[in-house]
Write a protein that binds this ligand. Structure first.
Ligand SMILES: Cc1cc2nc3c(=O)[nH]c(=O)nc-3n(C[C@H](O)[C@H](O)[C@H](O)COP(=O)(O)OP(=O)(O)OC[C@H]3O[C@@H](n4cnc5c(N)ncnc54)[C@H](O)[C@@H]3O)c2cc1C
Length: 458
């Protein structure tokens, strides 16, 4: 029996897609990568995922798991491989408001979790622009971050337990809701951020938090990134650590945004540094707006903040967020861009830019530069727009960004993972012993190398 027929026996013929039906899965959101999968299968249960991996293991078939396909690093590239779409594993198995946990399958969409938590006066605080498509298995496998990391941490910090199917089809039931469990190696944290190279996540126990009763949201303009850090620390202190988001949009971003979306133009003359700041409270009757305004007023008197608008309605808050969440659309305009996702110590962001801009100009004097980021956690999305389509030039710019970030004790991947696009950088900059340990883990858990081959490891 050929492989396609055996796949159909497991999931049913309607859930095995080939040819034109599979083609829609053959590109990344950025269109940087396109491919032709051998087939796409859509299992509906963990047992079916297990049977699929047993078959793949037996036949040496390469397998690439896919969720919402919104990753930004080529992680779902699957030329000639079997793609396993988790979209039908989309049940919420349990929600327990008292324990503040939800048990969700890998195909549950992030925004669905937001809506579900809200029905119980709770929140699932992970959020980013792709929330309408990204799925539990995908955001855990990339250890996604987004806008609320400054308060709640990345996806890893929001996960208590996992169910994972290993390369040979065995099912690891690690679906615990425990907050403490020191029984040996932390397999959960190993699987999170592994980008589908060590196993397929089929379900997760996720933490919920109390839903904020009120937000204070403002767009502020400042002279410098150093002033922004001072304001972040002042608002953290004044609000008892209630900063939910601290998002960087420099004047260069505001100019591009105004051109592409005039309705979202900056409400004041864009300053060198513009920041969307949001605090939240869960205390009924508390007024975070007054508290934020008081801190901003003081900062304005000191000249650290030069412009500010504070949202006084949900619609105004939404609009400020739309300005930030349009960033991916504004950034990914041509296939030749060099998009980097770096992390830096909070007090070295300006040092990075002071070093990087002249290096870019030396490599390509006509190049453009766009930086946005999650400033509260030191994460810059640095994008260069080379003046010509030249692979060697793009490579040289990327190497320069990574070198400068590493020279300042930063990271070359803050939240998007490694996928294909950063494998060479792994070879160049990751500690060699760390790479050897990762390779040993990969060989132990996936000896035939069938799970998402060619990703993460250099
Ligand atoms: C507009 C936009 C904005 C974004 N903003 C942010 C942001 O602010 N912060 C941020 O961190 N990221 C951001 N991202 C990228 C982000 O990483 C992804 O959106 C998301 O985390 C991936 O989820 P997904 O379901 O789409 O996964 P996919 O893209 O389908 O997969 C991502 C990786 O995980 C693997 N995988 C998928 N499902 C599983 C599974 N069940 N088990 C094992 N492996 C699996 C895949 O093989 C692949 O390697 C953004 C993307 C877009 C398009």
């Amino acid at each position: 029996m050929d492989l396609i027929a055996r796949l159909a026996e497991i999931v049913g013929p309607t859930h095995v897609l080939t040819g034109a039906e599979a083609a829609g899965f053959g590109r990344e959101w950025t269109c940087h990568y396109t491919w032709t999968p051998m087939a796409v299968v859509r299992p509906g249960t963990t047992a079916e995922v297990s049977a699929l991996l047993q078959l793949a293991h037996e036949t040496g078939t390469k397998v690439v798991p896919v969720g919402g396909n919104t990753g930004l690093n080529g992680g779902t590239f699957a030329e000639g491989a079997l793609m396993i779409s988790l979209s039908r594993l989309n049940r919420v198995r349990e929600i327990n408001p008292a324990a503040r946990v939800v048990v969700a399958e890998a195909g549950v969409v992030l925004e669905t979790l937001h809506d579900l938590a809200a029905q119980h006066d709770l929140a699932f605080p992970l959020t980013f622009g792709a929330k309408g498509s990204a799925m539990v298995g995908g955001f855990l496998s990339t250890n996604a971050g987004g806008s609320n990391v400054v308060r709640y941490g990345s996806a890893r910090a929001l996960c208590l337990g996992l169910e994972v199917v290993l390369a040979d089809g065995r099912i690891w039931n690690g679906l615990t809701g425990l907050h403490k469990d020191n029984t040996g190696y932390d397999l959960r944290d190993l699987m999170i951020g592994a980008e589908g190279t060590l196993g397929i996540i089929t379900a997760a126990v996720l933490k919920l938090t109390p839903a904020p009763t009120a937000y204070a949201t403002a767009l502020i303009g400042l002279p410098s990134l150093d002033d922004a850090l001072t304001i972040l620390n002042a608002v953290q202190k004044g609000s008892g650590g209630a900063v939910e988001a601290f998002e960087y949009m420099p004047d260069t971003y505001m100019e591009r945004l105004a051109k592409a979306k005039p309705a979202l133009a900056c409400p004041f003359p864009p300053q060198p540094v513009n920041v969307l700041i949001e605090t939240a409270t869960t205390v009924p009757g508390a007024d975070p707006v007054a508290q934020l305004e008081a801190t901003l007023f003081e900062a304005m008197e000191q000249g650290r903040v030069t412009e500010a608008v504070v949202a006084h309605s949900t619609a105004q808050r939404r609009k400020l967020w739309e300005m930030r969440e349009t960033a991916a659309e504004i950034t990914f305009t041509t296939p030749d861009i060099v998009d980097c996702d770096i992390a830096l110590p909070l007090d070295l962001l300006q040092s990075f830019l002071d070093r990087m801009t002249p290096r870019l100009m030396a490599l390509d004097p006509q190049a453009g530069e766009l930086v946005i980021g999650h400033l509260g956690d030191g994460n810059l999305h640095y994008t260069a727009y080379p003046s010509r389509s030249d692979a060697a030039l793009g490579k040289a710019i990327r190497a320069a960004v990574n070198e400068e970030a590493m020279a300042l004790n930063g990271s070359f991947s803050a939240e998007h993972g490694v996928g294909i696009s950063k494998r060479a950088t792994m070879a160049a900059h990751k500690d060699p012993v760390a790479v050897q340990m990762m390779a040993a883990i990969k060989a132990a858990l996936d000896p035939k190398g069938i799970l998402n081959p060619g990703k993460v490891l250099p």
